[in-house]
Write a protein that binds this ligand. Structure first.
Ligand SMILES: Cc1ncc(COP(=O)(O)O)c(C=O)c1O
Length: 450
Protein backbone atom coordinates (compact mmCIF):
# COMPACT_ATOMS: atom_id res chain seq x y z
CA UNK A 1 0.00 0.00 0.00
CA UNK A 2 1.60 3.32 -1.03
CA UNK A 3 0.44 6.85 -0.60
CA UNK A 4 1.65 9.78 -2.65
CA UNK A 5 3.24 12.08 -0.08
CA UNK A 6 2.80 15.76 -0.80
CA UNK A 7 5.61 17.98 0.52
CA UNK A 8 3.48 19.82 3.04
CA UNK A 9 0.85 17.20 3.71
CA UNK A 10 1.14 13.87 5.47
CA UNK A 11 -1.61 12.39 3.32
CA UNK A 12 -2.45 11.95 -0.30
CA UNK A 13 -4.28 14.99 -1.63
CA UNK A 14 -3.76 14.48 -5.36
CA UNK A 15 -6.78 15.24 -7.52
CA UNK A 16 -8.96 12.34 -8.55
CA UNK A 17 -10.38 11.15 -11.80
CA UNK A 18 -14.11 10.43 -11.52
CA UNK A 19 -15.38 10.17 -15.08
CA UNK A 20 -16.44 6.48 -14.84
CA UNK A 21 -18.13 7.11 -11.50
CA UNK A 22 -20.22 9.94 -12.93
CA UNK A 23 -21.30 7.90 -15.91
CA UNK A 24 -22.25 4.90 -13.74
CA UNK A 25 -24.15 7.17 -11.33
CA UNK A 26 -26.36 8.43 -14.16
CA UNK A 27 -27.13 4.86 -15.30
CA UNK A 28 -27.76 3.66 -11.74
CA UNK A 29 -30.32 6.35 -10.94
CA UNK A 30 -32.21 5.57 -14.14
CA UNK A 31 -32.43 1.86 -13.27
CA UNK A 32 -32.45 1.60 -9.47
CA UNK A 33 -34.69 3.73 -7.20
CA UNK A 34 -32.24 5.75 -5.12
CA UNK A 35 -29.33 4.54 -7.24
CA UNK A 36 -28.39 1.71 -4.85
CA UNK A 37 -30.00 -1.28 -3.13
CA UNK A 38 -29.25 -0.01 0.39
CA UNK A 39 -30.30 3.48 1.56
CA UNK A 40 -27.28 3.79 3.86
CA UNK A 41 -25.00 3.62 0.80
CA UNK A 42 -26.97 6.28 -1.10
CA UNK A 43 -25.71 9.52 -2.65
CA UNK A 44 -27.72 11.53 -0.10
CA UNK A 45 -25.62 10.00 2.70
CA UNK A 46 -22.30 11.25 1.30
CA UNK A 47 -20.78 14.53 0.13
CA UNK A 48 -20.59 15.24 -3.56
CA UNK A 49 -16.90 14.29 -3.81
CA UNK A 50 -17.58 10.73 -2.56
CA UNK A 51 -16.55 7.88 -4.85
CA UNK A 52 -19.74 6.77 -6.54
CA UNK A 53 -19.05 3.06 -7.04
CA UNK A 54 -16.48 0.66 -5.68
CA UNK A 55 -14.84 -1.79 -8.05
CA UNK A 56 -12.94 -3.93 -5.56
CA UNK A 57 -11.64 -4.17 -2.02
CA UNK A 58 -8.69 -5.79 -0.27
CA UNK A 59 -8.30 -5.69 3.50
CA UNK A 60 -9.57 -2.26 4.55
CA UNK A 61 -8.72 -0.66 1.21
CA UNK A 62 -11.11 -0.16 -1.69
CA UNK A 63 -10.68 1.08 -5.26
CA UNK A 64 -13.44 2.98 -7.02
CA UNK A 65 -14.37 2.42 -10.66
CA UNK A 66 -11.91 5.15 -11.68
CA UNK A 67 -9.03 3.37 -9.92
CA UNK A 68 -8.81 5.71 -6.90
CA UNK A 69 -7.77 4.01 -3.66
CA UNK A 70 -9.33 4.68 -0.24
CA UNK A 71 -9.19 3.36 3.31
CA UNK A 72 -12.69 2.36 4.42
CA UNK A 73 -14.36 2.39 7.83
CA UNK A 74 -17.53 0.56 8.80
CA UNK A 75 -16.98 -1.72 5.84
CA UNK A 76 -20.09 -3.23 4.23
CA UNK A 77 -22.34 -1.54 6.80
CA UNK A 78 -20.22 -3.23 9.51
CA UNK A 79 -20.55 -6.70 7.96
CA UNK A 80 -16.92 -7.04 6.88
CA UNK A 81 -15.03 -7.40 10.14
CA UNK A 82 -11.98 -9.33 8.98
CA UNK A 83 -11.33 -7.48 5.73
CA UNK A 84 -12.46 -7.39 2.13
CA UNK A 85 -11.70 -10.53 0.15
CA UNK A 86 -10.20 -12.10 3.30
CA UNK A 87 -8.56 -15.17 1.77
CA UNK A 88 -9.28 -17.95 4.28
CA UNK A 89 -12.98 -17.04 4.28
CA UNK A 90 -13.15 -16.73 0.50
CA UNK A 91 -11.37 -20.10 0.18
CA UNK A 92 -13.75 -21.79 2.63
CA UNK A 93 -16.76 -20.45 0.73
CA UNK A 94 -15.25 -21.46 -2.61
CA UNK A 95 -14.50 -25.02 -1.42
CA UNK A 96 -18.10 -25.39 -0.31
CA UNK A 97 -19.47 -23.80 -3.48
CA UNK A 98 -17.79 -26.49 -5.54
CA UNK A 99 -19.81 -29.12 -3.61
CA UNK A 100 -23.09 -27.40 -4.47
CA UNK A 101 -24.86 -24.43 -2.92
CA UNK A 102 -28.44 -25.60 -2.34
CA UNK A 103 -30.12 -29.01 -2.38
CA UNK A 104 -33.60 -30.53 -2.17
CA UNK A 105 -32.88 -31.84 1.33
CA UNK A 106 -30.86 -30.00 4.02
CA UNK A 107 -27.10 -29.75 3.58
CA UNK A 108 -24.77 -31.41 6.09
CA UNK A 109 -23.12 -28.07 6.81
CA UNK A 110 -26.36 -26.70 8.34
CA UNK A 111 -25.76 -28.80 11.45
CA UNK A 112 -22.11 -27.84 11.74
CA UNK A 113 -22.97 -24.16 11.35
CA UNK A 114 -25.66 -24.45 14.04
CA UNK A 115 -23.22 -26.16 16.43
CA UNK A 116 -20.56 -23.53 15.71
CA UNK A 117 -22.75 -20.57 16.51
CA UNK A 118 -24.42 -22.14 19.54
CA UNK A 119 -20.97 -22.85 20.85
CA UNK A 120 -20.22 -19.12 21.02
CA UNK A 121 -23.66 -17.79 22.08
CA UNK A 122 -23.70 -19.11 25.64
CA UNK A 123 -27.35 -18.80 26.60
CA UNK A 124 -28.83 -19.96 23.28
CA UNK A 125 -30.02 -23.55 22.80
CA UNK A 126 -31.40 -23.48 19.24
CA UNK A 127 -30.70 -21.43 16.14
CA UNK A 128 -32.22 -20.76 12.76
CA UNK A 129 -30.42 -19.12 9.83
CA UNK A 130 -31.60 -16.61 7.27
CA UNK A 131 -30.00 -14.15 4.89
CA UNK A 132 -30.80 -10.74 6.42
CA UNK A 133 -30.84 -9.26 9.88
CA UNK A 134 -34.29 -7.86 9.22
CA UNK A 135 -35.67 -11.34 8.64
CA UNK A 136 -34.38 -12.66 11.94
CA UNK A 137 -35.55 -9.71 14.05
CA UNK A 138 -38.96 -10.02 12.39
CA UNK A 139 -38.93 -13.75 13.12
CA UNK A 140 -38.11 -13.00 16.77
CA UNK A 141 -41.09 -10.65 16.88
CA UNK A 142 -43.43 -13.28 15.42
CA UNK A 143 -42.13 -15.94 17.77
CA UNK A 144 -42.59 -13.66 20.79
CA UNK A 145 -46.16 -12.95 19.69
CA UNK A 146 -46.94 -16.64 19.10
CA UNK A 147 -45.33 -17.76 22.37
CA UNK A 148 -47.12 -15.20 24.52
CA UNK A 149 -50.36 -14.93 22.54
CA UNK A 150 -49.99 -11.13 22.72
CA UNK A 151 -49.81 -8.49 19.98
CA UNK A 152 -47.71 -5.49 20.99
CA UNK A 153 -43.95 -5.15 20.58
CA UNK A 154 -41.93 -2.67 22.62
CA UNK A 155 -38.85 -1.30 20.86
CA UNK A 156 -36.11 0.96 22.15
CA UNK A 157 -37.10 4.28 20.58
CA UNK A 158 -33.59 5.76 20.88
CA UNK A 159 -32.02 3.20 18.58
CA UNK A 160 -31.98 3.66 14.82
CA UNK A 161 -32.87 0.39 13.14
CA UNK A 162 -34.25 -3.11 13.72
CA UNK A 163 -35.79 -4.32 10.48
CA UNK A 164 -36.95 -3.38 6.99
CA UNK A 165 -40.34 -4.88 7.87
CA UNK A 166 -43.55 -2.97 8.57
CA UNK A 167 -43.61 -3.49 12.36
CA UNK A 168 -40.47 -1.30 12.54
CA UNK A 169 -40.49 0.93 9.41
CA UNK A 170 -44.06 1.92 10.34
CA UNK A 171 -42.63 3.68 13.40
CA UNK A 172 -40.24 5.87 11.35
CA UNK A 173 -40.78 9.10 9.38
CA UNK A 174 -40.67 7.06 6.19
CA UNK A 175 -43.84 5.08 6.86
CA UNK A 176 -45.61 5.48 3.49
CA UNK A 177 -47.42 2.29 2.47
CA UNK A 178 -47.73 0.92 5.99
CA UNK A 179 -51.25 0.80 7.48
CA UNK A 180 -51.58 2.56 10.84
CA UNK A 181 -52.95 -0.53 12.65
CA UNK A 182 -49.59 -2.22 11.98
CA UNK A 183 -47.49 0.76 13.16
CA UNK A 184 -49.80 1.07 16.17
CA UNK A 185 -48.77 -2.37 17.40
CA UNK A 186 -45.21 -1.21 18.05
CA UNK A 187 -44.66 0.95 21.12
CA UNK A 188 -41.49 2.69 22.31
CA UNK A 189 -39.47 2.96 25.50
CA UNK A 190 -36.20 4.79 26.19
CA UNK A 191 -32.70 3.41 26.62
CA UNK A 192 -31.31 3.39 30.16
CA UNK A 193 -34.80 4.21 31.40
CA UNK A 194 -36.39 1.17 33.02
CA UNK A 195 -39.27 3.37 34.22
CA UNK A 196 -40.26 4.09 30.60
CA UNK A 197 -40.60 0.35 29.96
CA UNK A 198 -42.45 -0.14 33.22
CA UNK A 199 -44.89 2.58 32.11
CA UNK A 200 -45.57 0.68 28.87
CA UNK A 201 -46.36 -2.50 30.82
CA UNK A 202 -48.66 -0.39 33.02
CA UNK A 203 -50.35 1.29 30.03
CA UNK A 204 -50.81 -1.99 28.09
CA UNK A 205 -51.35 -4.66 30.76
CA UNK A 206 -50.96 -8.23 29.46
CA UNK A 207 -50.51 -6.99 25.88
CA UNK A 208 -46.73 -6.70 25.30
CA UNK A 209 -45.37 -9.84 23.64
CA UNK A 210 -41.73 -8.84 23.40
CA UNK A 211 -39.20 -6.15 24.16
CA UNK A 212 -36.45 -5.57 21.61
CA UNK A 213 -33.31 -3.48 21.86
CA UNK A 214 -29.61 -3.36 21.14
CA UNK A 215 -27.93 -4.02 24.49
CA UNK A 216 -25.63 -1.09 23.73
CA UNK A 217 -25.03 1.43 20.96
CA UNK A 218 -22.84 4.47 21.59
CA UNK A 219 -23.93 4.96 25.24
CA UNK A 220 -23.09 2.21 27.73
CA UNK A 221 -25.94 0.76 29.76
CA UNK A 222 -26.31 1.92 33.35
CA UNK A 223 -25.05 -0.86 35.64
CA UNK A 224 -28.49 -2.32 36.38
CA UNK A 225 -30.43 -1.40 33.23
CA UNK A 226 -30.15 -4.65 31.25
CA UNK A 227 -30.67 -6.85 34.32
CA UNK A 228 -33.67 -4.77 35.38
CA UNK A 229 -35.41 -4.93 32.03
CA UNK A 230 -34.86 -8.68 31.92
CA UNK A 231 -36.45 -9.06 35.36
CA UNK A 232 -39.29 -6.79 34.30
CA UNK A 233 -39.91 -8.85 31.13
CA UNK A 234 -39.95 -12.07 33.18
CA UNK A 235 -42.26 -10.57 35.79
CA UNK A 236 -44.68 -9.43 33.05
CA UNK A 237 -44.43 -12.59 30.92
CA UNK A 238 -42.74 -10.85 27.95
CA UNK A 239 -39.87 -12.09 25.77
CA UNK A 240 -36.61 -10.12 25.92
CA UNK A 241 -34.86 -9.90 22.54
CA UNK A 242 -31.37 -8.49 22.02
CA UNK A 243 -30.66 -7.32 18.49
CA UNK A 244 -26.94 -8.20 18.24
CA UNK A 245 -26.56 -7.26 14.57
CA UNK A 246 -23.86 -4.74 15.43
CA UNK A 247 -22.70 -5.82 18.89
CA UNK A 248 -22.39 -9.50 17.86
CA UNK A 249 -18.76 -10.51 17.33
CA UNK A 250 -17.51 -7.01 18.22
CA UNK A 251 -18.18 -6.42 21.93
CA UNK A 252 -17.25 -10.06 22.53
CA UNK A 253 -17.29 -13.25 20.47
CA UNK A 254 -20.37 -14.10 22.53
CA UNK A 255 -21.97 -10.74 21.79
CA UNK A 256 -23.06 -7.91 24.07
CA UNK A 257 -25.00 -10.47 26.11
CA UNK A 258 -21.74 -12.10 27.13
CA UNK A 259 -19.97 -8.77 27.59
CA UNK A 260 -22.69 -7.50 29.93
CA UNK A 261 -23.54 -10.85 31.49
CA UNK A 262 -27.26 -10.65 30.69
CA UNK A 263 -28.72 -13.47 28.60
CA UNK A 264 -31.89 -12.54 26.68
CA UNK A 265 -34.59 -15.07 25.76
CA UNK A 266 -33.93 -14.56 22.04
CA UNK A 267 -31.15 -12.80 20.17
CA UNK A 268 -30.49 -11.97 16.57
CA UNK A 269 -27.17 -11.86 14.69
CA UNK A 270 -26.05 -10.98 11.16
CA UNK A 271 -23.48 -8.60 9.74
CA UNK A 272 -20.13 -9.70 11.26
CA UNK A 273 -21.21 -13.34 11.35
CA UNK A 274 -19.71 -14.30 7.97
CA UNK A 275 -17.34 -11.44 7.02
CA UNK A 276 -19.75 -9.99 4.49
CA UNK A 277 -21.36 -13.19 3.22
CA UNK A 278 -25.08 -13.12 3.77
CA UNK A 279 -25.91 -15.05 6.95
CA UNK A 280 -28.21 -14.01 9.78
CA UNK A 281 -29.25 -16.03 12.79
CA UNK A 282 -32.07 -16.15 15.31
CA UNK A 283 -30.85 -17.87 18.47
CA UNK A 284 -32.53 -18.50 21.78
CA UNK A 285 -34.13 -20.65 24.41
CA UNK A 286 -35.36 -24.06 23.31
CA UNK A 287 -38.73 -23.61 24.94
CA UNK A 288 -39.49 -20.65 22.65
CA UNK A 289 -37.55 -21.63 19.52
CA UNK A 290 -39.10 -25.12 19.38
CA UNK A 291 -42.46 -23.60 18.37
CA UNK A 292 -40.92 -23.37 14.90
CA UNK A 293 -40.36 -27.17 14.86
CA UNK A 294 -42.13 -30.49 15.35
CA UNK A 295 -41.60 -31.28 19.01
CA UNK A 296 -44.50 -29.51 20.69
CA UNK A 297 -48.27 -29.74 20.73
CA UNK A 298 -49.02 -26.02 20.46
CA UNK A 299 -50.07 -24.17 17.31
CA UNK A 300 -47.34 -24.27 14.65
CA UNK A 301 -45.29 -21.10 14.01
CA UNK A 302 -44.00 -20.37 10.52
CA UNK A 303 -40.43 -19.59 11.57
CA UNK A 304 -37.88 -18.54 8.94
CA UNK A 305 -38.26 -20.75 5.91
CA UNK A 306 -36.51 -19.27 2.89
CA UNK A 307 -35.11 -20.74 -0.30
CA UNK A 308 -31.63 -19.32 0.30
CA UNK A 309 -31.62 -19.36 4.10
CA UNK A 310 -29.03 -22.11 4.41
CA UNK A 311 -26.96 -21.37 1.30
CA UNK A 312 -24.02 -23.67 1.90
CA UNK A 313 -21.07 -21.43 1.00
CA UNK A 314 -22.35 -18.59 3.21
CA UNK A 315 -22.54 -21.04 6.13
CA UNK A 316 -19.01 -22.22 5.33
CA UNK A 317 -17.92 -18.57 5.43
CA UNK A 318 -19.58 -18.16 8.84
CA UNK A 319 -17.86 -21.25 10.26
CA UNK A 320 -14.46 -20.08 8.98
CA UNK A 321 -15.06 -16.50 10.21
CA UNK A 322 -15.79 -17.75 13.74
CA UNK A 323 -12.73 -20.02 13.62
CA UNK A 324 -10.55 -17.03 12.70
CA UNK A 325 -12.12 -14.89 15.41
CA UNK A 326 -11.05 -17.54 17.91
CA UNK A 327 -7.62 -18.31 16.50
CA UNK A 328 -6.53 -14.69 16.05
CA UNK A 329 -8.28 -12.97 18.96
CA UNK A 330 -10.03 -10.69 16.50
CA UNK A 331 -12.22 -8.95 19.09
CA UNK A 332 -9.18 -7.97 21.15
CA UNK A 333 -7.56 -6.50 18.02
CA UNK A 334 -10.68 -4.48 17.13
CA UNK A 335 -10.70 -2.94 20.62
CA UNK A 336 -6.97 -2.20 20.49
CA UNK A 337 -7.00 -0.52 17.06
CA UNK A 338 -10.16 1.42 17.90
CA UNK A 339 -8.55 2.67 21.10
CA UNK A 340 -5.45 3.81 19.18
CA UNK A 341 -7.61 5.64 16.64
CA UNK A 342 -9.70 7.29 19.34
CA UNK A 343 -6.57 8.40 21.18
CA UNK A 344 -5.06 10.01 18.07
CA UNK A 345 -8.32 11.73 17.11
CA UNK A 346 -8.77 13.09 20.62
CA UNK A 347 -5.31 14.68 20.35
CA UNK A 348 -6.41 16.36 17.13
CA UNK A 349 -9.64 17.58 18.76
CA UNK A 350 -7.64 19.31 21.48
CA UNK A 351 -5.02 20.68 19.06
CA UNK A 352 -7.73 22.17 16.83
CA UNK A 353 -9.90 23.42 19.72
CA UNK A 354 -12.83 21.25 18.64
CA UNK A 355 -13.94 20.04 22.08
CA UNK A 356 -17.75 19.80 21.97
CA UNK A 357 -17.83 20.35 18.20
CA UNK A 358 -16.39 16.98 17.16
CA UNK A 359 -16.76 14.00 19.44
CA UNK A 360 -15.77 10.34 19.12
CA UNK A 361 -18.26 8.08 20.89
CA UNK A 362 -18.81 4.41 21.60
CA UNK A 363 -16.73 1.36 22.38
CA UNK A 364 -13.36 1.11 20.60
CA UNK A 365 -14.70 -1.81 18.52
CA UNK A 366 -17.52 0.38 17.20
CA UNK A 367 -16.55 4.06 17.19
CA UNK A 368 -18.84 6.70 15.75
CA UNK A 369 -18.49 10.47 15.65
CA UNK A 370 -20.78 13.39 16.31
CA UNK A 371 -20.46 16.74 14.52
CA UNK A 372 -21.81 19.99 15.96
CA UNK A 373 -22.00 23.51 14.56
CA UNK A 374 -20.81 26.80 16.06
CA UNK A 375 -23.82 26.76 18.42
CA UNK A 376 -23.03 23.19 19.49
CA UNK A 377 -26.12 21.86 17.72
CA UNK A 378 -25.85 18.49 15.91
CA UNK A 379 -25.04 19.38 12.32
CA UNK A 380 -25.44 17.47 9.05
CA UNK A 381 -23.54 20.29 7.29
CA UNK A 382 -20.48 19.77 9.47
CA UNK A 383 -20.80 16.00 9.10
CA UNK A 384 -20.74 16.51 5.34
CA UNK A 385 -17.74 18.82 5.58
CA UNK A 386 -15.83 16.27 7.65
CA UNK A 387 -16.68 13.42 5.23
CA UNK A 388 -15.71 15.65 2.29
CA UNK A 389 -12.31 16.47 3.75
CA UNK A 390 -11.65 12.84 4.70
CA UNK A 391 -12.57 11.62 1.22
CA UNK A 392 -10.27 14.27 -0.25
CA UNK A 393 -7.55 12.57 1.81
CA UNK A 394 -8.60 9.10 0.64
CA UNK A 395 -10.52 7.92 3.68
CA UNK A 396 -14.21 6.93 3.55
CA UNK A 397 -15.36 7.26 7.15
CA UNK A 398 -19.12 7.37 7.74
CA UNK A 399 -18.10 5.90 11.10
CA UNK A 400 -14.76 5.00 12.67
CA UNK A 401 -15.55 1.30 12.90
CA UNK A 402 -12.33 -0.66 12.39
CA UNK A 403 -11.82 -4.16 11.02
CA UNK A 404 -9.16 -6.82 11.60
CA UNK A 405 -7.41 -5.43 8.49
CA UNK A 406 -6.89 -1.90 9.81
CA UNK A 407 -3.12 -1.92 10.37
CA UNK A 408 -1.21 0.63 12.44
CA UNK A 409 -0.22 2.34 9.17
CA UNK A 410 -3.89 2.62 8.16
CA UNK A 411 -4.87 4.03 11.53
CA UNK A 412 -2.01 6.54 11.47
CA UNK A 413 -2.85 7.63 7.93
CA UNK A 414 -6.46 8.07 9.06
CA UNK A 415 -5.43 10.11 12.09
CA UNK A 416 -3.36 12.39 9.85
CA UNK A 417 -6.33 12.83 7.53
CA UNK A 418 -8.56 13.56 10.54
CA UNK A 419 -6.09 16.20 11.74
CA UNK A 420 -6.18 17.97 8.38
CA UNK A 421 -9.97 17.65 8.17
CA UNK A 422 -10.16 19.15 11.67
CA UNK A 423 -8.07 22.14 10.56
CA UNK A 424 -10.71 22.83 7.89
CA UNK A 425 -13.52 22.17 10.42
CA UNK A 426 -12.03 24.79 12.74
CA UNK A 427 -11.79 27.34 9.91
CA UNK A 428 -15.41 26.61 8.92
CA UNK A 429 -16.53 27.23 12.51
CA UNK A 430 -14.62 30.53 12.58
CA UNK A 431 -15.33 31.81 9.08
CA UNK A 432 -18.62 30.15 8.06
CA UNK A 433 -19.23 26.71 6.63
CA UNK A 434 -20.41 28.07 3.24
CA UNK A 435 -16.81 28.92 2.49
CA UNK A 436 -15.68 25.28 2.85
CA UNK A 437 -18.61 22.96 2.11
CA UNK A 438 -18.74 22.07 -1.57
CA UNK A 439 -22.27 21.11 -2.59
CA UNK A 440 -25.33 20.01 -0.65
CA UNK A 441 -25.26 18.52 2.86
CA UNK A 442 -26.12 14.90 3.62
CA UNK A 443 -29.63 14.07 4.85
CA UNK A 444 -31.05 11.49 7.28
CA UNK A 445 -32.36 8.29 5.60
CA UNK A 446 -35.65 8.46 7.50
CA UNK A 447 -37.37 11.61 6.21
CA UNK A 448 -40.84 12.24 4.76
CA UNK A 449 -39.79 13.94 1.53
CA UNK A 450 -36.70 14.28 -0.63
C1 LIG B 1 -29.21 -3.06 14.78
C2 LIG B 1 -29.68 -3.59 13.45
N1 LIG B 1 -30.67 -4.49 13.41
C3 LIG B 1 -31.12 -5.00 12.25
C4 LIG B 1 -30.59 -4.60 11.04
C5 LIG B 1 -31.11 -5.19 9.77
O1 LIG B 1 -30.16 -5.99 9.16
P1 LIG B 1 -30.19 -6.30 7.58
O2 LIG B 1 -29.81 -5.02 6.89
O3 LIG B 1 -29.21 -7.40 7.40
O4 LIG B 1 -31.59 -6.70 7.23
C6 LIG B 1 -29.57 -3.65 11.03
C7 LIG B 1 -29.01 -3.18 9.75
O5 LIG B 1 -28.38 -2.17 9.63
C8 LIG B 1 -29.10 -3.12 12.26
O6 LIG B 1 -28.11 -2.21 12.32
Amino acid sequence: MTYVQLPDSPVNLVSRNSSRSNNLRRRAHRLIPGGTHTYAKGDDQYPENAPAFIARGQGCHVWDVDGNEFIEYGMGLRAVTLGHAYKPVVDAAFRQMQLGTNFTRPARIEVKAAETILDVIDGAEMVKFAKNGSDVTTAAVRLARAYTGRELIAICGDQPFFSTDDWFIGTTDMDAGIPQPISGMTVKFNYNNTASLRELFYKYPGRIAGVILEAETSEPPDPRFLKDIKSLCEEKGSILIFDEMITGFRWDLGGAQKFHGVVPHLSTFGKALANGFSVAALAGKRDIMKLGGFEHDRERVFLLSTTHGAETHALAAAIETIRIYREKNVVEFLWKQGELLRHLINLSIVENRLQGFFEVKGRPCNLVFVTRDENLRPSQEFRTLFLQEMIRRRVIAPSLVVSFSHSNADVIHTAEAVFEAHVVYRKALDEGIEKYLEGRPVKPVFRKRN
